[in-house]
Write a protein that binds this ligand. Structure first.
Ligand code: UD1
Length: 427
């Protein structure tokens, strides 16, 4: 059986050298766009990455009544006085971040019907903590006909303890709590840089949030927010992808547009693997790798731990390192599916529950492989750069969701990667 599709041909044996600019963070911009629902008027967001999820999120906002103009890296979102509480357009099912309209709609309208989101197939992604947080603020919340339904007479500040520092739940609860009466305290809150980014933007809009970047967020409710202009932080996950690419290809990459402090642990791990790392204030870093990387262990955890989104790169690096690495996945169990594709490329890797043991080999061996999500797809590209021959990577639409101009950047830095359009895929 065959199907028409796009794939990448990745030629092995590249050494990446040069400078690359990282754009705004996907996992921040989409939530900042949702936050624009909280204020009537025009909110401007700059440094938006030119990835498919941004126009998809624009469609979600249009479906509840906003006007959205995307122009290069700028999004202008005009939110009307009267918004619809129903966010159930087809765009909702195409990305995970669409669920972040729930908090702002409940905050502003005291009611919302929000279609269950889509996004990467990386394991079970329940919404219980989002719902429990809204319930603590005085809303009812149920799942009906594929939608989260929430209503409240009014929202009242509350003490909320999260079972796990969920990024999405922290964002939704924050965006409802900013317009609740009184004070909300979110304990065991997520501490990711993207959470700090949204807190900065919400405070610019007139919210009163304290503790951004710590496990305790205190939100003093206000009656109204106003629009603002905000620049999205650089994408630390894309920045880290380039850092791993330099280490794996024994290259020399300078990465600009991302704060290296958001990658402190990642850069330390690469140092342990033998890379020379230089940081440039808050604006970028350089990774130089001379020799074959040495095996390092990785454990994924919420920030400031090693991000689960970077686990495929940890596996790919370990696959070509000298020695044996243990990789532990604590956030999304299904992310180890990536390892099956790595084994096709000759990696010596096996999993046992949420642990993987990877014995490094000198060289991987090209094969056709399939991207199962954004990061797994990018991980396969890096592995292909270290394989003999030409690695075909299929389902590259996943990669396009997170990496603008990836192929162009790779080729500019010394790789040979071709996007092949309309070839027949073996199924
Ligand atoms: C976000 C990121 C994703 C990243 C993840 C963890 C976006 C669009 N996606 O996803 O790339 O991998 O953070 O850093 O920003 N959980 C529950 N109940 C809930 C909510 C979450 O059990 O109500 C669990 C999840 O199944 C998962 C863990 O908590 O095991 C972390 O999820 P969460 O931090 O919420 O991830 P997302 O916000 O969905």
């Amino acid at each position: 059986m065959t199907a028409m599709s796009e794939h990448f041909d990745v030629h092995g044996g590249a050494r990446l050298v040069g400078e690359v600019e990282v754009v705004g963070a996907k996992n921040s911009v989409l939530k900042l766009m949702a936050a624009a629902l909280l204020a009537e008027g025009t909110t401007t967001i700059t440094n938006c990455p030119q990835i498919l999820d941004v126009p998809l999120m624009a469609d979600v906002l249009r479906s509840v009544g906003c006007e959205v103009v995307l122009d290069g890296d700028t999004a202008k979102i005009t939110t009307p006085a009267e918004l619809s509480h129903r966010a159930d357009s087809p765009a909702m099912g195409k990305l995970r971040a669409s669920v972040c309209v729930l908090g702002p709609l409940v905050g502003r309208l005291k009611q919302a019907v929000v279609a269950l989101p889509g996004g990467d197939a990386i394991g079970s992604r329940p919404l219980d903590m989002h719902q429990n947080g809204l319930r603590a603020l005085g809303a009812t919340s149920t799942i009906e006909h594929g939608c989260v339904v929430a209503t409240a007479d009014h929202l009242k500040g509350a003490q909320i303890w999260l079972d796990f520092p969920s990024v999405g739940a922290t964002e939704n609860i924050l965006m409802a709590a900013v317009l609740a009466e009184g004070t909300t305290v979110i304990d065991n809150a997520a501490r990711e840089p993207e959470i700090v980014d949204i807190c900065v933007m919400l405070n610019q809009m007139g919210a009163k949030i304290e503790g951004a970047g710590t496990s305790t967020l205190t939100v003093h409710g206000v009656t109204e927010l106003h629009p603002t202009e905000h620049r999205v932080i650089g994408d630390r996950i894309v920045g880290a992808t380039w850092a791993f690419a330099a280490a794996m290809t024994r290259g020399d990459l300078t990465v600009k547009g991302v704060n290296p402090h958001h990658l402190d642990l990642v850069l330390e791990k690469l140092r342990m693997a033998g890379a020379e790392i230089t940081t440039f204030g808050e604006s970028g870093f350089r990774v130089v790798q001379h020799d074959r990387p040495k095996a390092v262990d990785f454990v994924t955890l919420p920030y400031p731990g090693f991000a689960t989104d970077l686990q495929p790169f940890a596996v790919a690096l370990s696959a070509v390192s000298e020695g044996t690495s243990m990789i532990t996945e604590n956030v999304y169990e299904a992310r180890f599916r990536f390892i099956e594709e790595m084994v096709r490329l000759g990696a010596d890797a096996r999993t046992d529950g949420h642990h993987a043991v990877v014995r490094g080999v000198e060289r991987l061996s090209s094969a056709p492989v399939w991207a199962s999500d954004i990061r797994a797809g990018a991980g396969l590209v890096l592995a292909g750069l270290c394989a003999d021959g030409v690695t075909e990577i299929w389902d590259v639409f996943h990669i396009d969701r997170g990496y603008p101009y990836f192929v162009e950047n790779l080729n500019r830095l010394g790789a040979r990667v071709e996007r092949v359009v309309g070839a027949a895929e073996r199924c």
